[in-house]
Design a protein around this ligand. Structure first.
Ligand SMILES: Nc1nc2c(ncn2[C@@H]2O[C@H](COP(=O)(O)OP(=O)(O)O)[C@@H](O)[C@H]2O)c(=O)[nH]1
Ligand SMILES: [Mg+2]
Length: 325
């Protein structure tokens, strides 16, 4: 069975308040959330590694598995090289030793992406959220509002998705659920709404502003220009802001995540990622592709629709969950 209670060596902060779930419970949900990705790997890895030696056949089969698991060509090549090196150095002669070597190499790739967001450096700390339609932006804001409150921070939400009235209402519902203020306007100008929200947060001494934006595709250039403008307007009221620009990525899109990171980074200077819906996909391997091809800190990952299903990324827990160790 899963070793939920195994002590984690992760650097993630332990929960500070008693009403937040214990870390073990998050680990349990993470394990459950990554079940599909693990199912895709697990059985196949076992049969590949059962050869008990790192030979050409094993490397070829592993390469195919990694490529079909959205690990991407660069990370796959790197992992195979590391495995070959380890085999030379450590004489990997059991399936367990081979799996451990692969797991170590994957951890080494992912560890640099684990950089917790420190929202105490500015007040208010302005977080702008961007991404394509349906990626999980608004839901993630709802979950983050609760998460930051559980860290003792006051939160204010800005309804910057002015395209659809339903988007504003969805954010207002999350605001009510968390008992936090939502700044919204009838106007269709996202920059104006977010500008207002930051001004309100300053007046009220709020710690964290979470600014929602409408979904857009990197190919919709006028909308990419619009979000770049939102960013410039934020800088008028908060010269150093936004202090964090989060790109929300649906893990189901696999390799397409790479193009999205590059395009949004060009338009708005992405400083961190939120990877959602890891529970609904076998494409969890995409984090390795991101790490090698367009590295950005993965600030949070989402493994379900419930309010507590989003937490800071821990490379150790993630790798453990992938390999069921
Ligand atoms: N299973 C699952 N569903 C999610 C997750 N995050 C968001 N969703 C769902 O994805 C859908 C779109 O989310 P929404 O926040 O409205 O996307 P937005 O268009 O980017 O604002 C909603 O049905 C959410 O409940 C997640 O981590 N896991
Ligand atoms: Mg939305």
């Amino acid at each position: 069975m899963f070793s939920f209670l195994k002590k984690s060596t992760s650097a993630a902060q332990p929960d500070a308040t008693p009403e937040t779930p214990a870390p073990a419970s998050w680990r349990e949900r993470l394990f459950k959330g990554l079940a599909r990705t693990r199912a895709q790997w697990g059985g196949k890895l076992k049969s590949i590694f059962s050869r008990g030696k790192v030979d050409d056949e094993l490397l070829e089969e592993l390469e195919t598995l990694l490529l079909t698991s959205d690990v991407g060509i660069e990370a796959t090549t790197h992992l195979l090289d590391e495995l070959k090196k380890a085999a030379k150095r450590d004489k990997l002669e059991t399936p367990e030793a081979i799996q451990q070597a692969l797991s170590d190499a994957l951890y080494a790739i992912l560890a640099p992406l684990e950089q917790a967001l420190d929202v105490s450096t500015h007040k208010p700390y302005v977080i702008m959220i961007a991404g394509v339609n349906g990626a999980g932006k608004t839901t993630s804001i709802g979950k983050l509002a609760k998460y930051f409150q559980s860290q003792g921070k006051s939160v204010l939400l800005a309804a910057g998705d002015t395209f659809r009235a339903a988007a504003r209402e969805q954010l207002q519902t999350w605001g009510e659920r968390n008992n936090v203020t939502v700044i919204a306007q009838e106007s269709g100008d996202p920059a104006a709404v977010i500008f207002d929200a930051i001004s309100a947060a300053k007046a009220r001494g709020i710690d964290v502003v979470l600014a929602d934006t409408a979904g857009r595709l990197p190919t919709q250039l006028h909308l990419m220009d619009e979000i770049a403008k939102v960013r410039r307007v934020i800088q008028k009221v908060e010269p150093e802001g936004p202090h964090e620009t989060l790109l929300v990525l649906d893990a189901n899109i696999g390799q397409n995540a790479l193009q999205q990171v590059k395009a949004f980074d060009k338009a708005i200077n992405v400083t961190g990622l939120v990877l959602t819906k890891l529970d609904g996909t076998a494409k969890g391997g995409v984090v390795a592709a991101i790490a090698r091809q367009c590295p950005k800190p993965i600030r949070f990952i989402g493994v379900g629709e419930q309010i507590d299903d989003l937490r800071p990324f821990s490379a150790r827990d993630f790798v453990d969950a992938l390999f069921d160790q």
